[in-house]
Design a protein around this ligand. Structure first.
Ligand code: FAD
Ligand code: NAP
Length: 339
C-alpha cells in the first residue's frame, strides 16, 4: 500500500478560507494507482471519498466524515504540435498558475487571461474557470476522468463536458467523476483578449502598445494582486456568488431605481449583473461580524479574518442573499462547493 493514510487531520492548511475542520482520514494521491487505492479503501470501509485540489473553492462547514484525498499528481507533456496549435496535457494535481506560466514560457498563448487563479489543473474544469473574458472551455482539448461508479477511465470531448458559466457536467454530477488529467489546445500565434475592462488600460499605463501573451498575464496578475485578497494573508475562496443572469425586463426595472446598475447583455437577450455591485449597493462592503466578513475592496469576496467557522461564513452569505432578494428581487447563487 503506497497511500499514506492519516487520521483526524486538520484541513485548515488545505482550504483557502482557512477554516479549521478535521478530516476523518486524509491522504495525498501522487499517481493513478494512489487514486485507485483510495477508491478501493473507501468502498471496502464504506467511508465516503472527498477529492480536493488546492481547496480554493470550498466552504467546509463541519468535520468531514470521509477520506479526503488531495490530488498531488504531477506532470506536463506536449501531445502534438502542428507548428500553429499545440496540445498540452497536465496532471490534475499540477498547480494552476505555475502551469499557466509554463505554457507562456513555451511561447504558447491561450491561458494568459486565467493567470493567478488559485487551485489545481484537475479542478479547473469543475466550474469551467473563467476570468477577464476567457473560460477554459475556449482552449479545452479534452480530459480523462475516472468514473467512480464503474471504476472505468473515460475521455471527454468539449461537447461532452457541458461547460457553461461556472458550470460543467462534473459539477452537475458532483462526486461521480474524478478528473485525472486535462488537455488544452494552445496557439503559437497570439489571439489576445484585451476587451475586458481594465486589461487594455493597465497595458497602456505600462506603455505597452503591442502586448504579448506574457504581457497580458503580467498585467492581469498586477490587477488581481491589487484587488483580491491573498488567501495566505486573509482567508477567502474568491468570488462567493456567481454573477446572476436576469431577464432584460428585471434589469431595466432595477436600473430605473439604480441608474448605476452594472449589467452586461447576453447573446440570449438576458442581462448578467455584477453581483459585487449589488452587494456593495446594499451596504455590505467591508462588513464584519466576528471573524466573518465582506472584503473591503471587492464585495463579492467573503473573508475569514482569523477564526471564522464555515457555518459563520455560511450564515453571513445567507444574510446577504436574503437582503439582495429583498432589495433587487435577484437570487445570488453561491459559487464555492459546500461540505
Ligand atoms: P478545490 O477547491 O480543492 O475543489 C473544488 C471542487 O472540485 C470540489 O467540489 C472538489 O471536490 C472538486 N475537485 C477538485 N479536484 C478534483 C478532481 N481532480 N476531480 C474531480 N473533482 C475535483 N475561479 C474562477 O473561475 N475564476 C477566477 O478568477 C477565480 N479567482 C479566484 C481568486 C481567489 C483569490 C480564490 C481564493 C479563488 C478563485 N477562484 C476563481 C476559485 C478557485 O480558485 C477555482 O474554482 C479553482 O479551479 C479551484 O481549484 P482547487 O484545486 O482549489 O479546487
Ligand atoms: P470586475 O472587473 O470588477 O467586473 C465585475 C463583473 O463584471 C465581473 O464579474 C465580470 O463578469 C463583469 N464584466 C466586466 N467586464 C465585462 C465585460 N467586458 N463583458 C462581460 N462582463 C464583464 O471583476 P473582478 O471581480 O475584478 O474580477 C475580474 C475577473 O476575474 C472576472 O472575470 C471574474 O469573474 C474573475 N474572478 C473570479 C473569481 C472567482 O472566484 N470566480 C474571483 C476573482 C476574479 P465575469 O465574472 O462573468 O467575468
Amino acid at each position: 500500500m503506497s497511500l499514506h493514510l492519516q487520521s483526524q487531520v486538520s484541513l485548515k492548511p488545505f482550504n483557502t478560507f482557512g477554516v479549521d475542520v478535521r478530516a476523518q482520514l486524509f491522504a495525498e494521491a501522487h499517481s493513478d494507482a494512489d487514486v485507485r487505492e483510495a477508491l478501493a479503501y473507501s468502498a471496502q470501509h464504506q467511508l465516503p471519498l472527498l477529492v480536493i485540489g488546492g481547496g480554493s473553492n470550498l466552504l467546509l462547514t463541519a468535520d468531514i466524515p470521509a477520506l479526503v484525498l488531495r490530488m498531488s499528481t504531477r506532470g506536463i507533456r506536449l501531445l502534438s504540435d502542428d507548428g500553429q496549435q499545440v496540445v498540452v496535457e497536465a496532471e490534475a494535481g499540477e498547480t494552476w498558475h505555475p502551469f499557466v506560466q509554463w505554457t507562456l514560457e513555451q511561447g504558447l498563448s491561450g491561458l494568459e487571461n486565467l493567470s493567478l487563479i488559485p487551485g489545481t489543473v484537475g479542478a479547473a474544469p469543475m466550474q469551467n474557470i473563467g476570468a477577464y473574458g476567457v473560460e477554459i472551455k475556449d482552449v479545452f482539448a479534452g480530459l480523462t476522468a475516472l468514473d467512480r461508479q464503474s471504476g472505468e477511465l473515460r475521455d471527454f470531448s468539449l461537447e461532452q463536458c457541458q461547460f457553461a458559466y461556472r458550470d460543467s457536467l462534473f459539477k452537475q454530477e458532483a462526486g461521480r467523476w474524478l478528473i485525472l488529467r486535462v488537455r488544452f489546445a494552445l496557439a503559437r500565434s497570439e489571439h489576445l483578449h484585451l476587451e475586458y475592462g481594465p486589461v487594455r488600460q493597465r497595458l497602456s499605463e505600462q506603455g505597452i502598445e503591442h502586448p504579448t501573451a506574457s504581457d497580458v498575464s503580467r498585467a492581469i496578475c498586477s490587477i488581481r494582486s491589487e484587488k483580491l485578497p491573498d488567501p495566505a494573508v486573509l482567508g477567502n475562496a474568491g468570488s462567493f456568488f456567481k454573477n446572476p443572469v436576469v431577464s432584460a425586463a428585471l434589469a431595466a426595472e432595477i436600473r430605473q431605481r439604480h441608474a448605476g446598475l452594472v449589467g452586461y447583455p447576453q447573446p440570449d437577450g438576458q442581462v448578467k449583473l455584477a453581483a459585487g455591485w449589488l452587494i456593495e449597493q446594499a451596504g455590505w462592503k467591508g462588513f464584519r461580524d466576528g471573524d466573518a466578513g465582506v472584503h473591503r475592496l471587492q464585495s463579492l469576496v467573503l473573508v475569514n479574518h482569523g477564526h471564522a467557522t464555515g457555518l459563520q461564513l455560511l450564515s453571513l452569505a445567507r444574510r446577504i442573499q436574503q437582503d439582495i432578494v429583498e432589495r433587487f428581487q435577484v437570487h445570488l447563487e453561491m459559487e464555492p462547493n459546500l461540505y
